[in-house]
Write a new protein. Structure first.
Lengths: 151, 87
């Protein structure tokens, strides 16, 4: 059962890893991915972003992709924590942790989770630039990354 | 026969329509999100602008991703939004 959280407040990476480990001795690999707010985009300065989401659907969608990862790889644990609201440049946005007996499953599952999260989880970013606030456009490269996992 | 349907908008669709949520009576002859989008576009100038280019819009029926030509048969909630940009 994956640990899923959507929250405004910062997350504690060490505490989340410890929660996942939870005294188990059958885990040989923990992969943690952390996404943070870039301070520039295409040369322009970004002061902050604001993340909007679809309450109700978001947690369900994250659980769906976590369940898919657990079906594809022999995982001992999965955590997905995504922040919402206004986040300044340098702030953490998302934390994905996968635990497995060996590294390959943990690496691949973490990569899969981020690729799917980016293309299916109902979050939308707006960026604060010098010229004003604008909505971030989805990237074709993210669709391509997610398509790698199609089967 | 009409049915109540909750319609949600996110990101720039919310801004253009000027609304997060509205309840409508779904006319019986509207059976797909595509037809619904055309109906909603007639509600206001903001709605018209929001639904100008359906190729830029994604949607969910009852909080699950769906397509423009999927059936609205069991829909009680539909959301329109741009392609997602989380992570």
């Amino acid at each position: 059962m994956a640990h899923i959280k959507i929250q405004e407040e910062p997350f504690d990476q060490a505490a989340e890893e410890a929660r996942l480990r939870n005294g188990r001795s059958d885990i040989g690999a923990i992969v943690t991915f952390k996404g943070t707010v870039r301070g520039s985009e295409a040369g322009g300065e970004i002061a902050a972003i604001t993340l909007e989401h679809y309450p109700g659907m978001t947690a369900r969608e994250l659980e769906r992709i976590a369940t898919e990862a657990e079906a594809r790889w022999p995982l001992k644990g999965v955590a997905i924590i995504h922040r919402i609201g206004r986040l300044a440049a340098g702030d953490d946005i998302v934390l994905v942790i996968t635990a497995s007996q060996s590294r390959h499953a943990a690496f691949e599952a973490a990569s899969f989770l981020m690729d799917w999260l980016k293309t299916t989880a109902p979050f939308w970013k707006s960026e604060e630039t010098r010229e004003g606030t604008r909505w971030v456009e989805a990237r074709a490269s993210d669709d391509d990354a997610a398509a790698r996992w199609k089967r | 026969m009409t049915r109540r349907l909750r319609v949600l908008y996110f990101a720039w669709l919310r801004e253009k329509t000027g609304t997060r949520m509205q309840e409508i009576d779904l006319p019986a002859d509207i059976t797909t999100p595509r037809a619904l989008a055309m109906h909603l576009a007639s509600l206001s100038a903001g709605h018209k602008a929001a639904f100008e280019n359906l190729a830029r819009i994604k949607l969910a029926i009852n909080q699950q991703h769906a397509g423009l030509d999927d059936p609205l048969t069991d829909a009680h909630e539909i959301a329109f939004f741009p392609p997602v940009t989380g992570g």
